[in-house]
Ligand binder design. Structure first.
Ligand SMILES: [Zn+2]
Length: 454
Protein backbone atom coordinates (compact mmCIF):
# COMPACT_ATOMS: atom_id res chain seq x y z
CA UNK A 1 0.00 0.00 0.00
CA UNK A 2 1.24 3.44 -0.92
CA UNK A 3 0.93 4.80 2.61
CA UNK A 4 3.00 2.01 4.04
CA UNK A 5 5.74 2.49 1.45
CA UNK A 6 5.88 6.18 2.30
CA UNK A 7 5.78 5.33 5.96
CA UNK A 8 8.76 2.98 5.72
CA UNK A 9 11.01 5.02 3.44
CA UNK A 10 12.62 7.27 6.07
CA UNK A 11 13.65 4.20 8.06
CA UNK A 12 15.19 2.54 4.97
CA UNK A 13 16.99 5.72 4.00
CA UNK A 14 18.59 6.18 7.40
CA UNK A 15 17.67 8.14 10.48
CA UNK A 16 15.41 11.05 9.53
CA UNK A 17 17.77 12.53 6.95
CA UNK A 18 15.16 14.61 5.19
CA UNK A 19 12.88 15.46 8.07
CA UNK A 20 13.60 19.17 8.26
CA UNK A 21 12.41 20.13 4.78
CA UNK A 22 9.53 17.74 4.17
CA UNK A 23 6.68 19.83 5.44
CA UNK A 24 4.96 22.84 4.03
CA UNK A 25 2.84 24.79 6.48
CA UNK A 26 0.49 27.75 6.25
CA UNK A 27 -1.21 29.79 8.93
CA UNK A 28 -3.96 32.42 8.96
CA UNK A 29 -6.35 34.18 11.32
CA UNK A 30 -9.66 35.97 11.13
CA UNK A 31 -11.62 38.11 13.58
CA UNK A 32 -14.87 36.35 14.57
CA UNK A 33 -16.07 38.81 17.23
CA UNK A 34 -19.87 39.07 16.96
CA UNK A 35 -21.64 42.41 16.51
CA UNK A 36 -22.97 43.84 19.80
CA UNK A 37 -25.34 43.50 21.50
CA UNK A 38 -25.08 39.72 21.23
CA UNK A 39 -26.02 36.83 23.54
CA UNK A 40 -23.10 34.95 25.04
CA UNK A 41 -23.30 31.20 25.48
CA UNK A 42 -22.41 28.89 28.36
CA UNK A 43 -24.46 30.12 31.32
CA UNK A 44 -28.20 29.50 31.50
CA UNK A 45 -28.46 32.14 34.26
CA UNK A 46 -27.65 35.06 31.95
CA UNK A 47 -30.46 37.56 31.51
CA UNK A 48 -28.98 40.03 29.02
CA UNK A 49 -26.71 40.04 25.99
CA UNK A 50 -23.15 41.37 25.83
CA UNK A 51 -22.73 44.98 24.83
CA UNK A 52 -18.99 45.32 25.45
CA UNK A 53 -16.01 43.67 23.73
CA UNK A 54 -13.29 43.19 26.33
CA UNK A 55 -11.05 41.29 23.92
CA UNK A 56 -11.68 40.28 20.34
CA UNK A 57 -12.30 36.66 19.37
CA UNK A 58 -10.36 34.86 16.65
CA UNK A 59 -10.53 31.83 14.44
CA UNK A 60 -7.17 30.54 13.25
CA UNK A 61 -6.06 27.84 10.85
CA UNK A 62 -2.88 25.79 10.51
CA UNK A 63 -2.42 23.85 7.27
CA UNK A 64 0.17 21.07 7.09
CA UNK A 65 1.23 19.33 3.90
CA UNK A 66 3.84 16.56 3.57
CA UNK A 67 4.22 17.05 -0.21
CA UNK A 68 3.06 13.50 -0.96
CA UNK A 69 -0.67 13.86 -0.51
CA UNK A 70 -0.73 13.82 3.29
CA UNK A 71 -2.48 16.99 4.38
CA UNK A 72 -4.29 18.34 7.41
CA UNK A 73 -5.97 21.57 8.43
CA UNK A 74 -6.55 22.42 12.07
CA UNK A 75 -9.07 25.21 12.71
CA UNK A 76 -9.29 26.70 16.20
CA UNK A 77 -11.78 29.33 17.36
CA UNK A 78 -12.60 31.34 20.49
CA UNK A 79 -16.21 30.13 20.65
CA UNK A 80 -18.19 27.83 22.94
CA UNK A 81 -18.56 24.93 20.53
CA UNK A 82 -19.42 24.13 16.94
CA UNK A 83 -22.60 22.22 16.10
CA UNK A 84 -22.06 19.46 13.58
CA UNK A 85 -24.23 21.01 10.88
CA UNK A 86 -21.79 23.92 10.72
CA UNK A 87 -18.54 21.92 10.59
CA UNK A 88 -20.01 19.46 8.09
CA UNK A 89 -21.02 22.35 5.83
CA UNK A 90 -17.66 24.13 6.20
CA UNK A 91 -15.73 20.90 5.57
CA UNK A 92 -17.80 20.23 2.48
CA UNK A 93 -17.03 23.67 1.07
CA UNK A 94 -13.31 23.18 1.83
CA UNK A 95 -13.56 19.81 0.09
CA UNK A 96 -15.15 21.33 -3.01
CA UNK A 97 -12.81 24.31 -3.18
CA UNK A 98 -9.52 22.68 -2.22
CA UNK A 99 -9.98 18.93 -2.63
CA UNK A 100 -9.78 18.06 1.05
CA UNK A 101 -11.42 14.99 2.56
CA UNK A 102 -13.41 15.22 5.81
CA UNK A 103 -10.69 13.39 7.75
CA UNK A 104 -8.16 16.07 6.77
CA UNK A 105 -10.00 18.97 8.46
CA UNK A 106 -10.35 19.26 12.23
CA UNK A 107 -12.22 21.99 14.12
CA UNK A 108 -11.66 22.76 17.82
CA UNK A 109 -13.69 25.34 19.76
CA UNK A 110 -11.98 26.84 22.84
CA UNK A 111 -15.21 26.70 24.89
CA UNK A 112 -14.93 30.25 26.15
CA UNK A 113 -18.10 31.10 28.10
CA UNK A 114 -17.69 34.77 27.07
CA UNK A 115 -18.22 34.16 23.35
CA UNK A 116 -21.33 34.17 21.18
CA UNK A 117 -24.15 31.69 20.97
CA UNK A 118 -23.23 29.51 17.98
CA UNK A 119 -26.43 28.52 16.21
CA UNK A 120 -27.92 25.30 17.64
CA UNK A 121 -25.14 24.63 20.19
CA UNK A 122 -26.73 24.39 23.69
CA UNK A 123 -30.06 24.99 21.98
CA UNK A 124 -32.35 24.68 24.98
CA UNK A 125 -30.30 27.01 27.19
CA UNK A 126 -32.20 30.12 26.09
CA UNK A 127 -35.54 30.91 24.43
CA UNK A 128 -34.89 33.61 21.84
CA UNK A 129 -37.47 35.68 20.03
CA UNK A 130 -37.50 35.82 16.25
CA UNK A 131 -35.23 38.89 15.77
CA UNK A 132 -32.68 37.41 18.18
CA UNK A 133 -32.80 34.07 16.37
CA UNK A 134 -32.23 35.86 13.07
CA UNK A 135 -29.15 37.63 14.46
CA UNK A 136 -27.74 34.31 15.71
CA UNK A 137 -28.47 32.68 12.37
CA UNK A 138 -26.75 35.54 10.53
CA UNK A 139 -23.67 35.42 12.78
CA UNK A 140 -23.40 31.65 12.25
CA UNK A 141 -23.55 32.13 8.49
CA UNK A 142 -20.84 34.77 8.61
CA UNK A 143 -18.70 32.55 10.84
CA UNK A 144 -18.92 29.74 8.31
CA UNK A 145 -17.99 32.04 5.41
CA UNK A 146 -15.12 33.49 7.43
CA UNK A 147 -13.72 30.04 8.28
CA UNK A 148 -13.89 28.90 4.65
CA UNK A 149 -11.95 32.05 3.68
CA UNK A 150 -9.56 31.52 6.62
CA UNK A 151 -8.70 28.02 5.42
CA UNK A 152 -8.12 29.38 1.91
CA UNK A 153 -5.70 31.94 3.34
CA UNK A 154 -3.82 29.28 5.38
CA UNK A 155 -3.49 27.10 2.26
CA UNK A 156 -2.22 30.06 0.22
CA UNK A 157 0.35 30.74 2.96
CA UNK A 158 1.94 27.28 2.70
CA UNK A 159 5.73 27.30 2.45
CA UNK A 160 8.56 25.00 3.63
CA UNK A 161 8.47 24.55 7.37
CA UNK A 162 10.12 22.70 10.20
CA UNK A 163 7.76 21.16 12.74
CA UNK A 164 8.76 20.23 16.28
CA UNK A 165 6.86 19.16 19.36
CA UNK A 166 7.24 19.24 23.10
CA UNK A 167 5.28 19.22 26.33
CA UNK A 168 4.87 21.75 29.09
CA UNK A 169 2.91 21.76 32.29
CA UNK A 170 0.25 23.98 33.85
CA UNK A 171 -1.61 23.35 37.08
CA UNK A 172 -4.43 25.89 37.34
CA UNK A 173 -7.10 23.41 36.22
CA UNK A 174 -8.88 21.65 39.07
CA UNK A 175 -11.26 18.73 38.90
CA UNK A 176 -14.64 20.32 39.56
CA UNK A 177 -16.70 17.25 40.56
CA UNK A 178 -16.97 17.79 44.31
CA UNK A 179 -18.69 15.06 46.32
CA UNK A 180 -21.21 16.45 48.84
CA UNK A 181 -23.86 14.75 51.00
CA UNK A 182 -26.40 15.86 48.38
CA UNK A 183 -24.45 14.32 45.46
CA UNK A 184 -21.71 15.53 43.12
CA UNK A 185 -21.77 19.33 42.74
CA UNK A 186 -19.75 21.75 40.62
CA UNK A 187 -16.98 22.77 43.01
CA UNK A 188 -13.37 21.77 43.59
CA UNK A 189 -12.27 18.16 44.02
CA UNK A 190 -8.55 18.15 44.91
CA UNK A 191 -8.33 14.36 44.62
CA UNK A 192 -10.14 14.10 41.26
CA UNK A 193 -8.23 13.40 38.03
CA UNK A 194 -6.55 16.30 36.20
CA UNK A 195 -4.13 16.49 33.29
CA UNK A 196 -1.38 19.13 33.59
CA UNK A 197 -0.02 18.36 30.10
CA UNK A 198 0.47 21.28 27.69
CA UNK A 199 1.34 19.78 24.30
CA UNK A 200 3.08 22.24 21.97
CA UNK A 201 3.65 22.07 18.21
CA UNK A 202 6.12 24.61 16.80
CA UNK A 203 6.21 25.66 13.14
CA UNK A 204 9.31 27.52 11.96
CA UNK A 205 10.49 28.76 8.59
CA UNK A 206 13.80 27.40 7.18
CA UNK A 207 15.48 30.63 8.35
CA UNK A 208 14.41 29.92 11.94
CA UNK A 209 11.57 32.45 12.05
CA UNK A 210 8.72 31.29 14.32
CA UNK A 211 5.51 31.14 12.28
CA UNK A 212 3.00 29.31 14.44
CA UNK A 213 2.59 27.66 17.84
CA UNK A 214 -0.26 25.23 18.45
CA UNK A 215 -0.79 24.41 22.11
CA UNK A 216 -3.44 22.79 24.27
CA UNK A 217 -4.64 22.44 27.84
CA UNK A 218 -7.47 20.63 29.60
CA UNK A 219 -9.45 23.37 31.34
CA UNK A 220 -12.92 24.89 30.93
CA UNK A 221 -13.19 28.47 29.65
CA UNK A 222 -15.05 29.51 32.79
CA UNK A 223 -12.69 31.68 34.81
CA UNK A 224 -15.35 34.35 35.23
CA UNK A 225 -18.94 34.06 36.41
CA UNK A 226 -22.30 34.22 34.66
CA UNK A 227 -22.64 37.88 35.68
CA UNK A 228 -19.69 38.72 33.41
CA UNK A 229 -21.21 39.60 30.04
CA UNK A 230 -18.29 41.13 28.17
CA UNK A 231 -16.93 39.35 25.11
CA UNK A 232 -13.61 37.66 25.92
CA UNK A 233 -11.59 34.57 25.03
CA UNK A 234 -10.94 33.77 28.73
CA UNK A 235 -7.46 32.58 29.85
CA UNK A 236 -6.91 30.94 26.46
CA UNK A 237 -7.40 34.26 24.66
CA UNK A 238 -4.96 35.90 27.08
CA UNK A 239 -2.39 33.11 26.60
CA UNK A 240 -2.60 33.32 22.80
CA UNK A 241 -2.10 37.10 22.89
CA UNK A 242 0.83 36.72 25.30
CA UNK A 243 2.62 34.17 23.08
CA UNK A 244 2.01 36.32 19.99
CA UNK A 245 3.29 39.44 21.78
CA UNK A 246 6.50 37.60 22.68
CA UNK A 247 7.00 36.48 19.06
CA UNK A 248 5.91 39.24 16.68
CA UNK A 249 4.65 37.83 13.39
CA UNK A 250 3.84 34.40 14.85
CA UNK A 251 0.33 33.04 15.31
CA UNK A 252 -0.62 31.18 18.50
CA UNK A 253 -3.45 28.65 18.22
CA UNK A 254 -5.12 27.20 21.32
CA UNK A 255 -6.89 23.86 21.46
CA UNK A 256 -8.95 22.89 24.47
CA UNK A 257 -8.24 19.25 25.41
CA UNK A 258 -10.41 16.87 27.52
CA UNK A 259 -11.63 19.57 29.87
CA UNK A 260 -15.25 18.68 30.57
CA UNK A 261 -14.78 18.22 34.33
CA UNK A 262 -11.93 20.73 34.72
CA UNK A 263 -12.41 24.29 35.94
CA UNK A 264 -9.86 27.06 36.41
CA UNK A 265 -8.95 27.49 40.04
CA UNK A 266 -9.30 30.03 41.53
CA UNK A 267 -12.01 31.68 39.46
CA UNK A 268 -14.50 34.52 39.57
CA UNK A 269 -12.39 37.62 38.91
CA UNK A 270 -10.65 39.05 35.87
CA UNK A 271 -7.29 38.94 37.67
CA UNK A 272 -7.68 35.15 37.87
CA UNK A 273 -8.12 35.00 34.10
CA UNK A 274 -4.91 37.00 33.60
CA UNK A 275 -3.02 34.87 36.10
CA UNK A 276 -4.08 31.60 34.41
CA UNK A 277 -3.40 33.03 30.95
CA UNK A 278 0.09 34.03 32.08
CA UNK A 279 0.74 30.57 33.54
CA UNK A 280 -0.34 28.85 30.32
CA UNK A 281 1.70 31.21 28.12
CA UNK A 282 4.68 30.64 30.46
CA UNK A 283 4.33 26.88 30.05
CA UNK A 284 4.38 27.31 26.26
CA UNK A 285 7.39 29.65 26.40
CA UNK A 286 9.32 27.17 28.53
CA UNK A 287 8.77 24.49 25.87
CA UNK A 288 9.81 26.87 23.06
CA UNK A 289 12.97 27.78 24.97
CA UNK A 290 13.96 24.14 25.49
CA UNK A 291 14.99 21.46 23.06
CA UNK A 292 12.03 20.24 21.01
CA UNK A 293 11.65 16.97 19.16
CA UNK A 294 11.62 17.10 15.35
CA UNK A 295 8.36 15.94 13.78
CA UNK A 296 8.60 14.06 10.50
CA UNK A 297 6.29 13.24 7.62
CA UNK A 298 3.98 11.69 6.59
CA UNK A 299 0.72 13.29 7.63
CA UNK A 300 -1.86 10.55 8.14
CA UNK A 301 -5.48 11.26 8.98
CA UNK A 302 -8.63 9.33 9.86
CA UNK A 303 -12.15 10.28 10.88
CA UNK A 304 -15.08 8.15 11.93
CA UNK A 305 -18.41 8.29 13.70
CA UNK A 306 -19.49 5.97 16.51
CA UNK A 307 -23.12 5.95 17.60
CA UNK A 308 -23.17 6.03 21.41
CA UNK A 309 -26.35 4.70 23.00
CA UNK A 310 -28.41 6.82 25.36
CA UNK A 311 -29.97 5.14 28.41
CA UNK A 312 -33.48 3.89 27.53
CA UNK A 313 -36.29 6.48 27.81
CA UNK A 314 -40.01 6.62 27.21
CA UNK A 315 -42.41 9.07 25.65
CA UNK A 316 -44.40 9.11 28.91
CA UNK A 317 -41.44 10.48 30.85
CA UNK A 318 -41.19 13.49 28.52
CA UNK A 319 -44.96 14.01 28.55
CA UNK A 320 -44.75 14.32 32.32
CA UNK A 321 -41.69 16.58 32.10
CA UNK A 322 -43.46 18.85 29.60
CA UNK A 323 -46.54 19.00 31.83
CA UNK A 324 -44.45 19.56 34.97
CA UNK A 325 -45.87 16.43 36.60
CA UNK A 326 -42.64 14.41 36.74
CA UNK A 327 -42.23 15.07 40.45
CA UNK A 328 -39.21 17.37 39.97
CA UNK A 329 -39.17 21.15 39.99
CA UNK A 330 -40.29 22.38 36.54
CA UNK A 331 -37.94 24.72 34.66
CA UNK A 332 -38.25 26.36 31.25
CA UNK A 333 -35.16 24.44 30.12
CA UNK A 334 -36.67 21.08 31.02
CA UNK A 335 -39.88 22.01 29.29
CA UNK A 336 -38.03 22.97 26.09
CA UNK A 337 -36.01 19.74 26.22
CA UNK A 338 -39.18 17.68 26.75
CA UNK A 339 -40.89 19.38 23.79
CA UNK A 340 -37.89 18.66 21.58
CA UNK A 341 -37.94 14.98 22.61
CA UNK A 342 -41.70 14.70 22.06
CA UNK A 343 -41.31 16.16 18.57
CA UNK A 344 -38.71 13.47 17.86
CA UNK A 345 -41.10 10.80 19.13
CA UNK A 346 -43.86 12.31 16.92
CA UNK A 347 -41.59 12.01 13.87
CA UNK A 348 -41.06 8.37 14.76
CA UNK A 349 -37.38 9.09 15.42
CA UNK A 350 -36.85 9.20 19.19
CA UNK A 351 -33.29 10.18 20.04
CA UNK A 352 -31.60 6.90 20.94
CA UNK A 353 -27.98 7.52 19.96
CA UNK A 354 -25.37 10.26 19.88
CA UNK A 355 -23.02 10.39 16.88
CA UNK A 356 -19.54 10.75 18.40
CA UNK A 357 -16.86 11.94 15.99
CA UNK A 358 -13.37 10.53 16.42
CA UNK A 359 -10.53 11.98 14.36
CA UNK A 360 -6.78 11.45 14.32
CA UNK A 361 -3.97 13.44 12.70
CA UNK A 362 -0.64 11.61 12.97
CA UNK A 363 2.66 13.24 11.99
CA UNK A 364 5.31 10.61 11.30
CA UNK A 365 5.82 8.50 14.41
CA UNK A 366 6.33 11.69 16.36
CA UNK A 367 3.04 13.37 17.24
CA UNK A 368 -0.59 12.29 17.14
CA UNK A 369 -3.57 14.54 17.71
CA UNK A 370 -6.69 12.63 18.67
CA UNK A 371 -9.83 14.79 18.41
CA UNK A 372 -13.14 13.77 19.96
CA UNK A 373 -16.45 15.55 19.67
CA UNK A 374 -18.39 16.63 22.74
CA UNK A 375 -17.38 17.83 26.17
CA UNK A 376 -15.06 14.95 27.01
CA UNK A 377 -13.99 14.34 30.62
CA UNK A 378 -10.29 14.19 31.41
CA UNK A 379 -10.18 10.44 32.11
CA UNK A 380 -10.42 9.76 28.36
CA UNK A 381 -7.14 11.59 27.74
CA UNK A 382 -5.41 9.88 30.65
CA UNK A 383 -6.61 6.41 29.61
CA UNK A 384 -5.81 6.95 25.90
CA UNK A 385 -2.26 8.00 26.77
CA UNK A 386 -2.02 4.93 29.02
CA UNK A 387 -3.30 2.57 26.33
CA UNK A 388 -0.93 3.97 23.70
CA UNK A 389 2.29 4.62 25.66
CA UNK A 390 4.44 4.60 22.49
CA UNK A 391 2.38 7.37 20.90
CA UNK A 392 3.10 11.03 21.56
CA UNK A 393 -0.59 11.75 22.03
CA UNK A 394 -2.51 14.98 22.49
CA UNK A 395 -6.19 14.23 23.13
CA UNK A 396 -8.70 17.01 22.52
CA UNK A 397 -12.42 17.13 23.16
CA UNK A 398 -14.62 19.90 21.68
CA UNK A 399 -13.65 18.85 18.15
CA UNK A 400 -16.02 19.06 15.15
CA UNK A 401 -19.23 18.98 17.21
CA UNK A 402 -20.24 19.66 20.79
CA UNK A 403 -23.62 18.00 21.33
CA UNK A 404 -23.28 17.11 25.03
CA UNK A 405 -20.88 15.89 27.70
CA UNK A 406 -19.09 12.55 27.23
CA UNK A 407 -18.69 11.10 30.74
CA UNK A 408 -16.42 8.24 31.69
CA UNK A 409 -17.98 5.18 33.34
CA UNK A 410 -16.94 6.55 36.75
CA UNK A 411 -18.35 10.04 36.10
CA UNK A 412 -21.59 8.50 34.81
CA UNK A 413 -21.90 6.44 37.99
CA UNK A 414 -21.22 9.50 40.14
CA UNK A 415 -24.00 11.54 38.51
CA UNK A 416 -24.28 15.32 38.72
CA UNK A 417 -23.97 18.07 36.13
CA UNK A 418 -21.76 16.49 33.46
CA UNK A 419 -23.55 13.14 32.92
CA UNK A 420 -27.09 14.20 33.88
CA UNK A 421 -28.22 17.82 34.33
CA UNK A 422 -26.25 19.24 31.39
CA UNK A 423 -28.20 16.99 29.01
CA UNK A 424 -31.19 19.28 29.54
CA UNK A 425 -29.29 22.34 28.23
CA UNK A 426 -27.95 20.31 25.32
CA UNK A 427 -31.47 19.16 24.41
CA UNK A 428 -30.55 15.48 24.79
CA UNK A 429 -32.86 12.80 26.23
CA UNK A 430 -30.80 11.97 29.32
CA UNK A 431 -27.62 10.18 30.33
CA UNK A 432 -25.59 8.06 27.93
CA UNK A 433 -25.63 4.29 28.48
CA UNK A 434 -23.45 2.67 31.13
CA UNK A 435 -21.32 1.23 28.33
CA UNK A 436 -20.27 4.68 27.05
CA UNK A 437 -16.57 4.51 27.95
CA UNK A 438 -16.02 1.16 26.23
CA UNK A 439 -17.96 2.31 23.15
CA UNK A 440 -15.78 5.42 22.92
CA UNK A 441 -12.56 3.45 23.38
CA UNK A 442 -13.49 0.96 20.68
CA UNK A 443 -13.81 3.95 18.31
CA UNK A 444 -10.57 5.50 19.56
CA UNK A 445 -8.61 2.28 18.96
CA UNK A 446 -10.12 1.86 15.51
CA UNK A 447 -9.26 5.42 14.49
CA UNK A 448 -5.74 5.41 15.92
CA UNK A 449 -4.94 2.12 14.18
CA UNK A 450 -6.07 3.63 10.87
CA UNK A 451 -3.31 6.23 11.15
CA UNK A 452 -0.68 3.67 12.16
CA UNK A 453 -0.60 4.33 15.89
CA UNK A 454 1.32 1.77 17.91
ZN1 LIG B 1 -18.69 23.05 29.32
Amino acid sequence: MRTWIRFLLPALAGPAVTCAAEFRAGVARTDVTPPTPFWLSGYAARTNPATVVRNRLWAKALALDDGEGGRAIIVTADVIGFPREMTDAIAERIGTQHGFRRDQVLFNASHTHYGPVVRSNLSTMYAFDEPERARIQAYGGRLMDDIVALVGAALADRSPARIECGHGRAVFAANRREATPGGVKLGVNPSGPVDPDVPVLRVTAPDGRLRAVLFGYACHGTTLAARFTEIDGDFAGFAQRAVEAAHPGATALYMILCAADQNPNPRGEYEHLERHGRELAGAVEAVLAGSMKPVRAPVRTAHGIADLAFAPHTREAFEKEAAGTDGAAPTPHKKRRAQKMLEAYDRGEPVRTLPLQVQAIRLGDDFTLLGLSGEVVVEYALRAKGEFPAENLAVAGYCNDVSCYIPSAAVLRGGGYEPDTSMIYYGQPGPLSTNVEEEVFAAIRRTLRQVGAK
